[in-house]
Design a protein around this ligand. Structure first.
Ligand SMILES: [Zn+2]
Length: 599
């Protein structure tokens, strides 16, 4: 989604009064002429079908068109947003701009909304300076790369910093361009027990500011590693993924040497940010099959466990956080507001006044802006347990190239702040208490988690990350075949890491293992439910006794208090069925288990 708001520059029709240069001037004039010819016709009443015919002809010629629609309130906006690819909405929800393709226009035209044709956004681009392989890379990053220049630069990053950077393709597009992913981390070829973070930009092919800024961020991280302690810490303790260009076919619609004819959709004119499975509207909310770009990113999500991400767009200046699809708030709404606020406030310290101030001074809940379905943000957050925001970085989707260094100055500290957040919150390893084997477990906070907001630990390390706002949490760790554990009162503080390694006891574990400095006997054994626990201890200590039935159900949890020397604790459990029971005592975070035979 892109833009809107009371704070957006006022004229949707006249967003920028700059003149396009050279190569797209002709295109621009043609469109203006077309609109001038069509304007009276399209706006006159009673010619609905004929209007559609003309739009059909233009859609055949261009594939993707940009229109302005008259609407009456947010409900209208949310309704048409489910059909056409909404871009801007004005502050009082009376005018919306949107991209249409053949398919979406066919659904939209019969709803009877009044609309007019606008120039495609790329026809208003100005100052598009390109860099290609034949020229030295400009030091100021005040250019847009050609496609070959982009590929060359990405490969150059990996070649020059092979110890901490690799580049690979996560898939090819319809027009055989590559979806390139950088991984930046120490031990870059290993999957380490570290939080995975993802930046991706420009899935809308004509929103290109962050395309260049992500390349520059990569250069910044790689060249400062080893000398800048903050950057070194991030690279050493995170696995950073950066995909600067998520829709190269849309961006290079006019050929590999220019971005001046970039479109929003992919080569099939499909909006990739409406093409993902949706928590509310199912696997294909836009009615299209998953595009090759969508499949590539879904495969990437399956293979990795990204815990935090941002997806850069253009057309507004705001951090848009989940959810987009429904009005319900995310379980971690207060955390979202905190990290979004941190991004925007840091921008404000470093930017010219008025920049990045849309909505609540640079942040918004997605649905409160307008609802979209099939967006990547909700897909990643709901289906992959990541935390993905949509950052609209510049009002001008593809600004003149000479402005790119300024946008870097305004945003790069926020890029780092936001990335670092993936290292804070709750982190740890979940393992089998007896064998030490890593476990894939579910980490759930009762009374807090909802709508798929829980976290998971993953193999091969049993590592998990649970990003949380400051506070105290009761966290339940569970894994099939294991007894669940609740860890109460876990304290989380802002911009700090809380480490919590958890051992789970197997349901089938039969313990005869020695109990370190404690000896632990059941007298008699076998018994009929009446027994004495004989435990010797070196110190005063308290713990818990858990009695687990033959089917793995905890039937008793009882506090135990031990004094130095021998302790005899009598229990009278009536009505126990015959079988092998497991007695587990937890002391000082360690478990000691014995089996007890009831007959
Ligand atoms: Zn966008």
């Amino acid at each position: 989604m892109c833009c809107n708001t009371s704070n957006c520059s006022p004229g949707i029709l006249h967003r920028k009064n700059e003149y396009p240069i050279t190569f797209n001037l002709i295109n621009y004039m043609k469109t203006i002429f077309t609109i001038w010819l069509l304007a009276g016709y399209l706006l006159s009443p009673g010619l609905f079908a004929q209007k559609g015919d003309i739009m059909d002809a233009l859609l055949t010629a261009k594939g993707e068109l940009y229109i302005q629609v008259k609407v009456h309130g947010k409900a209208d906006v949310d309704a048409i947003s489910r059909i056409i690819s909404l871009d801007h909405v004005n502050g009082d929800y009376t005018l919306a701009t949107a991209y249409i393709n053949r398919q979406t226009f066919d659904q939209f035209r019969f709803l009877g909304y009044s609309y007019e044709l606008l120039p495609n956004p790329y026809e208003t681009f100005t100052g598009i300076e390109m860099w290609d392989l034949s020229e030295k890379v400009p030091a100021d990053w005040d250019y847009y790369p050609t496609y070959e220049g982009y590929v060359s630069m990405m490969n150059g990053f990996a070649a020059q910093h092979s110890d901490i950077c690799k580049v690979y393709s996560i898939g090819a597009t319809n027009q055989s361009r590559e979806l390139l992913m950088l991984k930046i981390s120490d031990n870059v070829n290993d999957d380490e027990a570290e939080p995975e973070f993802l930046y991706t930009s420009s899935m809308h092919g004509d929103e290109l500011t962050a395309y260049v800024l992500m390349l520059r961020l990569t250069d910044y991280l790689l060249t400062r590693y080893g000398t800048d302690p903050r950057i070194t810490n991030m690279v050493d303790n995170m696995e950073i993924f950066i995909n600067p260009l998520a829709n190269p076919d849309g961006t290079y619609k006019g050929g590999n040497s220019t971005v001046a004819s970039a479109i929003r959709g992919n080569a099939m004119y499909i909006d990739l940010n409406r093409n993902y499975p949706d928590p509310e509207d199912g696997p294909h909310p836009d009615g299209n099959p998953w595009q090759v770009e969508t499949v590539a990113f879904m495969d990437f999500a399956e293979e990795n466990h990204v815990v935090m991400a941002a997806n850069f767009h253009g057309g507004a200046e705001v951090v848009n956080y989940p959810w987009d699809t429904w009005a319900k708030l995310h379980a971690d709404d207060s955390w979202w507001i905190y990290v979004s606020r941190e991004y925007a406030d840091t921008v404000h310290i470093n930017a010219v006044p008025g920049y990045f101030t849309d909505f609540q001074n640079g942040i918004t809940n997605g649905y409160q802006w307008y609802s979209i379905s099939g967006g990547r943000q909700d897909y990643s957050t709901y289906f992959t347990q990541s935390r993905e925001s949509t950052i609209e970085i510049t009002e001008n989707k593809t600004p003149p190239a000479y402005l790119l260094p300024s946008y870097w100055d305004y945003n790069h500290r926020s890029f780092l702040n936001y990335m670092e957040q993936a290292m804070f919150g709750l982190h740890g390893l979940v393992t089998d208490s007896i064998t030490g084997e890593p476990l894939p477990s579910r980490i759930f906070i009762f009374g807090h988690d909802t709508d798929s907001s829980e976290a998971y630990s993953h193999l091969p390390h049993g590592y998990y990350t649970r990003l949380l706002n400051e506070g105290s949490y009761n966290v339940t760790f569970s894994c099939p075949g294991y007894h669940s554990r609740v860890i109460s009162g876990v304290q989380i503080q802002k911009r700090q890491k809380t480490e919590l390694n958890v051992k789970l006891l197997s349901l089938t574990a039969i313990g005869n293992e020695d109990i370190c400095e404690h000896t632990f006997r059941i007298i008699p054994n076998p018994n009929d439910g009446d027994f004495v626990l004989n435990i010797s201890s070196k110190t005063n200590q308290t713990g818990l006794l858990e009695v687990i039935s033959p089917i793995g159900k905890t039937i008793l949890i009882h506090p135990v208090e031990l004094k130095p020397g021998a302790n005899d604790l009598a229990f009278h459990l009536k009505g126990l069925q015959n079988g092998i029971y497991l007695l587990r005592i937890s002391l000082e975070g360690k478990y000691f288990t014995k089996k007890m035979w009831v007959k």
